[in-house]
Design a protein around this ligand. Structure first.
Ligand SMILES: NC(=O)C1=CN([C@@H]2O[C@H](COP(=O)(O)OP(=O)(O)OC[C@H]3O[C@@H](n4cnc5c(N)ncnc54)[C@H](O)[C@@H]3O)[C@@H](O)[C@H]2O)C=CC1
Ligand SMILES: O=C(CO)COP(=O)(O)O
Length: 330
């Protein structure tokens, strides 16, 4: 387990507030707009690019010290290709804030950026960050994770403020997967609340989700302890808390008997957990990873079971000890 030592660099917030950068945010949706506003409030020079906006991508990123990608998963792979064509400087830090998995390749966004830009520092930003609360100026904490410690420290300094507290981590895969996998669990918890199954059931579901997330994470190269931090447990708690989460609302709607297309149309914005569930099942089938909660969410999303049958499917499995092998195979 990596721990904070006396060697870990720290910096007073007042010093961090003096550090500014030229930041380009890609994506003008809920999260991109919130991240652009946070950077602007800190005195950075900020540009926001959107695929339907007036500025072309190459111009938007030309002089950026930092490019922050906050678009939906479905656009990440194509965007990385477009960025490559825009001849990004090798010193530009690429920050990814998307929480999803690529349906074609099962890669995470940071892996896509790393494969496309092997020379650039890649940083994952992930944590319990419901954009509506951040837009309302409420305090929040998050994680910036990278194997390039200098780059994550730079992002920490540029984004930290009195209302946005940022921790660094050396585990980008773990930070990214925490934020991604919790969306699947948020759908399950939305179902649990929609069916009014009570606090015991909800606590049981959230707690049992943690070893499930860790099993997937460890197969994909993440560190176990990251899942007990802000980007894992922290984001799980925020997203499973209620209606500010779109993924939770998907589950809640399904429990009320609405169909998925209707729910997604009503949401009008991205609920990544739906796509993530499908990709996760592909990964689990390929690697033999037991993911019982995600499997029931998958069956429910495909209309193979009713919400009540999904609950039964979880409760009626074979009996086992609580502490089970986190690297178990099916
Ligand atoms: N809203 C939130 O509270 C948070 C969202 N996230 C994550 O951030 C990502 C974006 O979420 P939101 O901004 O909330 O969604 P949104 O639905 O509000 O916006 C999505 C954005 O992605 C852009 N986009 C979609 N496909 C694209 C493509 N092919 N090329 C370029 N741009 C494309 C859209 O134009 C839009 O600007 C998701 O992965 C989400 O899980 C992460 C933390 C908090
Ligand atoms: O990731 C989020 C909060 O950290 C946003 O959750 P939803 O995408 O479910 O709204």
């Amino acid at each position: 387990m990596s721990s904070v030592s006396s060697e870990t660099p720290t910096i007073p917030l007042s010093e961090a507030l003096k550090q500014t950068a030229r930041v380009t945010v890609l994506g003008a949706g809920a999260w991109g707009t919130a991240l652009a506003r946070l950077a602007l409030t800190n005195g950075n020079q900020v540009q926001i690019w959107s695929r339907r906006g007036p500025v072309d991508l190459a111009t938007a990123v030309a002089n950026a010290d930092m490019v922050v990608s906050a678009i939906s998963m479905k656009g990440v792979s194509a965007l990385a290709g477009q960025l490559k064509a825009s001849k990004l400087s090798a010193s530009t830090i690429l920050v990814t804030a998307t929480k999803g998995l690529d349906p074609e390749t099962t890669r995470t966004p940071s892996k896509i950026f790393q494969d496309t830009f092997p020379e650039n520092p890649i940083v994952v930003l992930s944590g319990p960050n419901l954009s509506k609360e951040i837009d309302g100026g409420l305090p929040a904490a998050t994680v910036v994770a990278s194997t390039d410690l200098e780059a994550s420290a730079r992002v920490q300094q540029v984004y930290s403020s009195e209302t946005f507290r940022i921790y660094t981590s050396p585990d980008p895969v773990g930070a990214e997967l925490g934020g991604t996998l919790k969306n699947v669990i948020a759908i399950a918890v939305g179902v649990c609340d929609g069916l009014k199954l009570g606090s015991n059931a909800k606590a049981g579901l959230i707690t049992r989700a943690i070893p499930e997330m860790i099993r997937v994470g460890m197969h994909m190269g993440a560190q176990m302890e990251t899942f007990y931090g802000l980007s894992g447990l922290g984001d799980l708690l925020a997203t499973c808390d209620g209606s500010l989460s779109r993924n939770y609302r998907v589950g809640y709607g399904l429990a009320q008997g609405k169909n998925l297309d209707q729910i997604l149309a009503e949401l009008g914005s991205t609920a990544e957990g739906v796509n993530t569930t499908h990709v996760l099942i592909d990964i689990a089938n390929r690697e033999g990873i037991p993911i019982p909660i995600a499997r029931q969410v998958h069956r429910l999303l495909r209309g193979v079971v009713t919400p009540q049958e999904a609950v039964g499917g979880l409760m009626e499995r074979e009996l086992k000890p609580e502490a089970c092998d986190l690297q178990a195979k099916n």
